[in-house]
Ligand binder design. Structure first.
Ligand code: MCA
Ligand code: AMP
Length: 512
């Protein structure tokens, strides 16, 4: 190995010289202050604990815990020790966790003490050797054990192509796929964003996103860490509390729902945002009306960018006016070093302004789906471009506009929901013959999940009871906000369910 490409080493190198400065301040009534030295020592102890377990090379460390600074340290420690981090949404239920653990075969699982009973049963039966607990009040076996280890640790050398993380992302058919991201994927993207978004000395980030997906875990934390910037750390998004801290911050990142909720607050004013430098939005389409309302209210033009779990960030509206203007309704041009093209159904490049399939390539594009070589091969073109499943156009100045998706996907409040998965779960419930799940415009979540269900002959399933049953089986954000029981689904001549028709029928449901 010629050079250590461990992402942690690059982040560590960016820590300020004065390690006693505050790196993270929690936004609690009684705040906790973590210095850069605390991050250095805490991640060293956790990395030493992981190394003491004699795990096999490439071991996966699966984590389903509430958001906390210690959970962030655990992520950094996994990088530091050269293992592979596998974050899991806290909303995932038993059968979902069973699938992820069974598929990824992690050597270590970290969960909350509340879930220890059922999570450890799943983990041990899948062959996991160690299950630790970590709670958001800093209790649990993980930190107890880590405290017994040295606070000095040399980061394990990694090559750029070595895996750093696996992020599960749902598939249009069947179960989730683990997108394998390398140290090189993550570091190249973080470096590009640091430069393109003009991170500068004195920047302070308000971190109010969950840390189990790309946006909160990579884009936000890598940005702050690589710039040696302080974070104001919210364990959950609270619009009033965030606005109260804006005068101390310069950068905020959110999904569109967060901006919609901020706009509902009268306290969101120009004065409150006077010190802010940058508001970033992504993970879901932002309505032009939200973009404009925010500009009018605060004087700030939101920077919208576009990415995926498989590719981290792909395009971004410019930060520096010399790179161009920020245009609402677009996700901006390809980031430096990232290739983005739009092709027709036959794979031929579309002329500027014409709609087609968005494909991408670059150092940010993932290493493939975990243990799914065929699926990986299907998602790449013969000339090496990754098929995003998004549909859009690129104008003459290179700005990308996403107009839809060829994948059957709903994005609700920034979380992805695959109708096929919900339909499969619904169809297994007593009294359900078949179902169709659609996304319907929603003023808060952008899109809301709605299910249309056909009863089995002789059954009369109750919509509210079906929703209750689903709540125990799938993550809460996937549960349909409304269920309609009908006698039959509209089908075309080929027998395919006409979801477009269903979407039209229900589009006014939430007044969106
Ligand atoms: C919560 N609920 C939701 C959602 N979140 N329903 C639909 N969609 C959602 N996203 C429901 C719960 O099921 C529950 O319903 C009720 O709202 C209250 O739950 P709670 O957890 O208290 O909600 P919240 O705190 O208000 O959460 C809303 C939220 C959250 C803050 C918008 O969803 C969120 O943090 N979203 C951000 C997601 C994100 O980080 N995405 C980045 C993915 P009930 O009461 O009926 O049980 S990374 C990505 O996409 C890429 C690569 C990229 O480009 O960034
Ligand atoms: P994920 O599977 O969570 O990685 O979600 C990736 C998907 O989110 C992309 O393929 C897009 O469909 C969508 N996405 C991310 N950012 C944006 C954006 N700014 N506008 C529209 N869609 C977006």
């Amino acid at each position: 190995m010629t050079q250590n490409a461990n992402l942690f080493s690059a982040l560590r190198a960016a820590f300020p010289t004065d390690l006693d400065r505050v790196a993270i301040e929690t936004a609690d009534a009684e705040p906790l202050y973590y210095t850069w030295r605390d991050l250095e020592r805490g991640t060293a102890m956790l990395a030493n604990l992981l190394e003491s377990l004699a795990l096999p090379p490439g071991a996966r460390i699966a984590v389903q815990t509430e958001k906390s600074v210690e959970a962030l340290m655990l992520y950094l420690a996994v990088l530091r020790a050269g293992f592979v981090y596998l974050p899991l949404n806290t909303a995932y239920q038993r059968s979902e966790i069973e699938y992820f653990i069974g598929n990824a075969e992690p050597s270590v699982v970290v969960c909350t003490s509340k879930n220890f009973g059922w999570v450890s049963r799943i983990a041990f039966s899948a062959g996991t050797a160690h299950v630790f607990t970590l709670d958001d009040d800093r209790s649990g076996s993980l930190l107890q054990r880590a405290a017994l280890h040295s606070d000095r640790h040399t980061p394990v050398p990694r090559a750029a192509d070595d895996l750093a993380a696996i992020l599960y992302t749902s598939g249009t058919t069947g179960r989730s796929k683990g997108a394998m991201l390398s140290h090189g994927n993550l570091l190249s993207n973080a470096r590009v964003l640091k430069q393109y978004w003009g991170w500068q000395p004195g920047d302070v980030l308000i971190h109010a996103l969950p840390i189990f997906h790309v946006h909160g875990l990579f884009v936000a934390t890598h940005g702050a860490l690589l710039n040696g910037s302080k974070m104001i750390w919210f364990s959950r998004f609270d619009p009033k509390a965030v606005i109260a801290r804006l005068p101390e911050a310069t950068v905020f990142m959110g999904v569109p729902t967060l901006y919609v909720r901020l706009l509902h607050e009268a306290a969101l004013t120009r004065a409150a945002c006077a010190r802010m430098r940058l508001f970033v939005s992504g993970s879901a389409p932002m309505l032009v009306e939200t973009f404009e309302a925010f500009r009018e209210r605060t004087g700030h033009t939101i920077l919208e960018r576009y990415g995926m779990s498989e590719t981290v960030m792909l395009t971004s509206n410019p930060c520096d006016p010399k790179d161009g203007e920020r245009r609402g309704g677009t996700v901006g041009p390809a980031l430096p070093g990232v290739g983005v093209r739009v092709v027709d159904d036959a794979g031929a490049p579309c002329p500027a302004g014409e709609i087609g399939h968005i494909q991408v390539r670059g150092p940010n594009v993932f290493q493939g789906y975990w243990r799914m070589p065929e699926k990986t091969a299907e998602e790449f073109t013969a000339d090496g471009w990754f098929k995003t499943g998004d549909v859009g156009r690129i104008d003459a100045q290179g700005y990308v506009t996403i107009v839809g998706r060829s994948k059957d996907l709903i994005i609700s409040g920034g979380y992805n929901v695959y109708p096929a998965e919900i339909e499969g779960t619904l169809n297994d419930l007593a009294g359900v013959a078949e179902s169709a799940v659609i996304g319907v415009p929603h003023p808060d979540f952008g899109e809301a999940v709605v299910a249309v269900v056909v009863a089995r002959p002789g059954s009369t399933p109750d919509a509210a009871a079906l929703i209750d049953e689903l709540k125990s089986k799938i993550a809460n954000f996937k549960v349909p906000k409304r269920v309609f029981v009908v006698t039959e689904l509209p089908r075309n001549a080929m027998g395919k369910v006409q979801k477009k028709l269903l979407r039209e029928q229900h589009q006014g449901l939430f007044g969106g």
